[in-house]
Write a new protein. Structure first.
Ligand code: GLC
Length: 725
């Protein structure tokens, strides 16, 4: 159906809809039932406590709530969407009620968190971002869309593109790390992968980019905490990834839980109307985060749920995720003249529009049990998940230990080496533990000569050392320790891990550590005392196979960190694109540094090793009209083919507002045979080198710019150029 056709259909539908039906379209029910009840959950509980509702009645309600209340509310036209439906049978059952048993037959929209894979769980986003590979990012998104839509999903609450520079924040796992450009390109690729070329196709799903905005800057890295920042920082460092996703055609946006400078994103008109719609031209749908509208009362910005509902609708939140306040209060607000119906029409039109764009009016039953059987966890999907993991695992250190030989006997220690279920990380809602391959599973299936120990008993360790040639130690985090509501004040390795590693070090055998984590960890001792270190993150269903392919050298690691590894929590937030200050850290006492820890990270942004080595030379900078051309020679000086991620950074040396000492301006991933060398060229548009002045005017100034090129953000060649126009 063409756009102008469905715009007319939307107006036609709105003219027929009652206020309750319009409010119903804005109501998304979730796993919790608040959205389905026609009463406020707290009111309901009060009614039980003061006896107005008997305990028996309440228990019956609870027992049948899932079925009766949902369906009753659904038939009455009070529900427009569900969050959490993810199997074809349920999806089609609920859809049939909506289409065939409601007055207007408006189809439901099914949203779900498809963050890093669906049934074929891929590496967590922070891991996959370390591949610096737009094609891979799009491919894995396309795969997850094929699987998720078979199960009835129409919209995923992804990509998450929150720039995050504080690994204490558990949700650093869900995005693409600390850099603006990486998050922008990652988000754009994911939007394209999820939505494909034609959103009406049964295997396409709408991307709902989140969390808009600056959620990654929560104070003290504590989830759901406040955010306070200048407009310049917001515009230069936190908004660009969202703009990139909107420009890529994302059809939905989710405002974040946090406030920005005291105004919750959920009721932030400047964010949701001025920036998102007026400045960026976004014409899709917005949906609150879970219960976030009601939580504006907790923020202290709404007197009660009705006030929160009014403010959120006026600010530009179209759909209410699971708080139920739109369904319960909008009609009343309109009847009392506290809200005009046009506001409701505008939001309902946005909801109806995404349903037309998804082809749901023409084909409401897109979920398919047959496709569920055919699409899930195919051999090709597993292979892609393994490739994604191999491209995401970062070699942080290697002093002549890796790769091991498959002829060696390998001692494997640490519980995480055997816990397949921990490999899927946070936000893998459809993960099945038996699908996952642990390191031990891979050793078994590949007939590796190994001995395993959980690593708690030193005697057992010493016994192993008598026969094992090399050791592999699995340390780090369980999946429950990262993701939402999982901030950590201390991001060091746990005591058990440290004890195991210290024992390993004393054994004096060639040893490598594999870190499983949802965040950069503070690993100063490990970086000094264990000769080889791999950061495997939570690498998904093919974890064990990918890790062994790297450990035994079939795959040459190429990943580079997209978030720095701090020396300790005390350094957080920590990021490479910092400004210099008037007293940059130096030898003198009176410079910006700590008494007890270094100022530098253990491993910086952009860092990652290979089994080969690379040499950079002949950096050349040329001004070419509207852009600057940067070229460099890169040579593979080692003995095996490798892929190098060549990074280009820029520094505006003098400006009205201090500029970051480096900002990633571009990168290229290039494959080089041993001895091969190539010229890598970047073209950076001058108008991208600007910044916002104190009046929020975007300035592109003349002056001296430094350009850095290298294999990470620290070790670079540098040349300067005077830009005069
Ligand atoms: C959660 C998260 C959000 C997710 C939503 C729906 O609270 O903040 O990222 O998409 O609820 O599950």
């Amino acid at each position: 159906m063409l756009k102008q056709q469905y715009e007319a259909e939307i107006q036609q539908l709105l003219s027929q809809m009652t206020i309750e039906e319009k409010a119903g379209q804005l109501n998304q029910c979730g796993p919790s039932l608040a959205g389905a009840f026609d009463v406020d959950f707290e009111e309901l509980l009060n009614m039980v406590c003061d006896g107005r509702v008997s305990k028996e009645k309440f228990q019956k309600m609870m027992a049948s709530a899932e079925q009766d209340y949902h369906e009753e509310a659904l038939r009455a036209g009070h529900i427009g969407s569900y969050n959490g439906v993810s199997d074809a049978e349920t999806a089609n059952r609920l859809q049939r009620i909506a289409v065939e048993e409601t007055r207007l037959g408006i189809p439901l929209l099914f949203g779900y968190d498809v963050i890093h894979g669906y049934r074929t769980v891929t590496p967590i986003p922070l891991a996959e971002s370390c591949a610096w590979d737009e094609r891979l990012w799009e491919e894995t998104a396309r795969m997850s869309a094929k699987e998720a839509t078979a199960g009835g999903v129409h919209m995923t609450f992804a990509p998450m593109v929150d720039v995050s520079r504080d690994p204490r924040w558990g949700r650093i796992s869900e995005g693409a790390g600390e850099d603006v450009l990486i998050n922008s390109l990652y988000g754009r690729a994911k939007v394209k992968g999820f939505q494909g070329e034609d959103l009406t196709r049964a295997d396409a799903m709408a991307a709902c980019v989140k969390h808009f905005a600056a959620y990654g800057a929560v104070e003290a890295g504590r989830d759901y905490n406040r955010v306070d920042m200048s407009g310049q920082k917001l515009y230069e460092e936190y908004l660009p990834p969202f703009e990139a996703c909107v420009k890529a055609g994302a059809r939905a946006v989710m405002p974040a839980f946090n406030d920005i400078n005291g105004v919750p994103c959920t009721v932030n008109e400047k964010l949701l109307r001025d920036i998102l719609r007026k400045q960026w031209g976004f014409d899709g749908m917005t949906i609150s985060d879970a219960n976030a509208i009601a939580e504006c009362v907790n923020h202290g910005c709404a007197a009660d749920n009705a006030d929160a509902a009014r403010q959120a609708l006026l600010a530009g939140v179209d759909m209410d995720m699971t708080s139920g306040v739109y369904s319960r209060h909008l009609k009343d607000l309109i009847d009392k003249g506290q809200l005009n119906e046009q506001e409701l029409d505008r939001a309902a039109a946005n909801v109806l529009r995404i349903k037309f764009e998804l082809g749901l009016f023409d084909n409401p039953y897109q979920a398919s049990k047959e496709r569920e059987k055919r699409e899930m966890l195919t051999g090709k999907h597993r292979e892609l998940a393994r490739t994604a993991a191999e491209k995401s695992i970062v070699l942080l250190k290697n002093e002549g230990v890796l790769p091991f030989s498959r002829k060696q006997k390998i001692g494997i220690v640490g519980e995480l080496a055997a816990q397949a279920g921990e490999m899927t990380g946070t936000w893998a809602l459809r993960a099945v533990e038996s699908d996952c391959v642990s390191i031990i599973d891979a050793c078994e299936s590949q007939n590796i000569d190994y001995v395993y120990s959980p690593g708690k008993d030193e005697r057992e360790f010493r016994e192993m050392a008598k026969t094992c040639d090399v050791f592999l130690a699995a340390v780090g985090e369980y999946k429950r320790e990262s993701g939402e509501a999982s901030s950590r004040g201390e991001i060091a390795l746990k005591a058990d891990d440290m004890k195991m590693l210290e024992t390993l070090q004393r054994l004096g055998k060639p040893a490598a550590a594999v870190i499983f984590s949802g965040r950069p960890l503070a690993i100063p001792w490990l970086s000094e005392n264990i000769p080889a270190i791999l950061e495997a993150w939570h690498p998904g269903v093919e974890a064990g196979n990918a890790i062994l392919n790297i450990v035994f050298g079939e795959v040459n690691p190429s990943a580079k960190l997209t978030a720095a590894f701090p020396y300790s929590s005390g350094q957080c937030p920590l990021y490479y694109a910092h400004i210099n200050t008037g007293r940059p850290a130096g030898k003198s006492k009176f410079t910006s540094k700590y008494l007890d820890i270094p100022t530098e990270p253990v491993y910086p942004f952009g860092y990652g090793l290979s089994y080969t080595t690379y040499e950079y030379k002949n950096l050349d900078i040329q001004e070419k009209g509207s852009f600057i051309q940067i070229s460099v020679r890169v040579k593979n000086t080692g003995k095996r083919r490798g892929e190098e991620i060549v990074q280009c950074y820029v520094h505006d040396t003098v400006a009205k507002r201090a500029r970051p000492v480096k900002q990633l301006a571009g990168f290229q991933k290039t494959s080089l045979q041993p001895g091969e060398e190539k010229t890598i060229t970047f073209e950076i548009e001058k108008d991208k080198l600007g910044y916002y002045d104190e009046k929020m005017q975007y300035l592109v100034e003349e002056g001296v710019f430094e350009f850095f090129v290298g294999g990470n953000s620290r070790d670079c060649l540098m040349e300067k150029i005077e830009i005069t126009e």
